[in-house]
Design a protein around this ligand. Structure first.
Ligand SMILES: C[S@@+](CC[C@H](N)C(=O)[O-])C[C@H]1O[C@@H](n2cnc3c(N)ncnc32)[C@H](O)[C@@H]1O
Length: 248
């Protein structure tokens, strides 16, 4: 299977504008659902770690972190943002690691980038294999409400040396969301253009739970989340769902 690398041309702009943006929201959730249940210097795998800002925060808290991402460019920024942390380029659907972890976490829509339930199952099997017995697996997914309310429209960043025009659209029939970005960047007096297209899948909660059960995870819990209120019940209006489960 080809390693997922669609973020390569988007990595520098992600690092600059999004790399830190979810941290103040996700750290309290992680603390509540996962960190309080781990030993002090637990090993945590940050699956689809992006540009490494979460890994750095977890390292500061004393955890031993490994980050995996498919994009070599995202990993390059991760090395800068979290020096000394182990980062590996690998695909979430097929990774295998020699080490076993107390927890695997994957946040900020990362697993929405896995487009089919069959491939999501491959991720779950790989995460299961990476965990110690009793280990926790936690991840978030954008929900249908999240896509309908937040993935609809154009926005742009305009600076002297870069311009990025972005468009989000969600198709309720296919449950596929797409994010298109056109980036112009000034380097040594020349403008360079990159076009990026990223796809996300709106996975139904029932299908996710069923795939987790098939991978032999137990104690599956779900929580809702939105930007205004943070953690909340997982009702039809919650824009994001957190899933927490355990390897027996
Ligand atoms: C929205 S970013 C989130 C990054 C990071 N978790 C954060 O909180 O900032 C999604 C990340 O998932 C990675 N990704 C998506 N699909 C992947 C796959 N199949 N294997 C490995 N990485 C993947 C992308 O390269 C990207 O870095």
């Amino acid at each position: 299977m080809k390693i997922y690398s669609s973020y390569d041309p988007f990595a520098w702009i992600y690092n600059r504008y999004w790399g830190n943006s979810f941290l103040p929201f996700v750290l309290p959730v992680l603390d509540n659902l996962v960190l309080t249940k781990l030993p002090k210097n637990a090993r945590i795998l940050d699956l689809c770690c992006g540009t490494g800002q979460l890994a750095q925060q977890l390292k500061i808290l004393g955890y031993r972190i490994t980050g995996i991402d498919g994009s070599s460019e995202m990993i390059n920024y991760a090395h800068d943002n979290a020096p000394g942390v182990e980062f590996l380029q690998a695909d979430a659907r097929s990774f295998q690691l020699p080490q076993k972890y107390h927890a695997v976490v994957s946040v900020f829509d990362s697993l929405n980038h896995i487009i089919s339930t069959r491939e999501l199952s491959l991720v779950f099997h790989s995460a299961y294999a990476a965990l110690r017995s009793g280990g926790l697996f936690m991840f978030d997914l954008n929900t249908e409400a999240g896509y309908i309310y937040e993935w609809n429209g154009d926005f742009s960043i305009i600076e002297d040396d870069h311009v990025c025009v972005m468009r989000n659209a969600y198709n309720q029939k296919t449950r596929i969301a797409d994010f298109d970005a056109t980036i112009f960047r000034l380097i040594d007096d020349s403008w360079y253009r990159h076009d990026v297209v990223l796809y996300q899948k709106c996975h139904a909660s029932a299908a996710v739970k069923s795939a987790l059960k098939s991978a032999e995870f137990t104690d599956i819990e779900t929580y809702g989340f939105d930007w205004q209120s943070g953690m909340r019940g997982l009702d039809k209006d919650a824009g994001r769902a957190f899933f927490l489960c355990r390897k027996p």
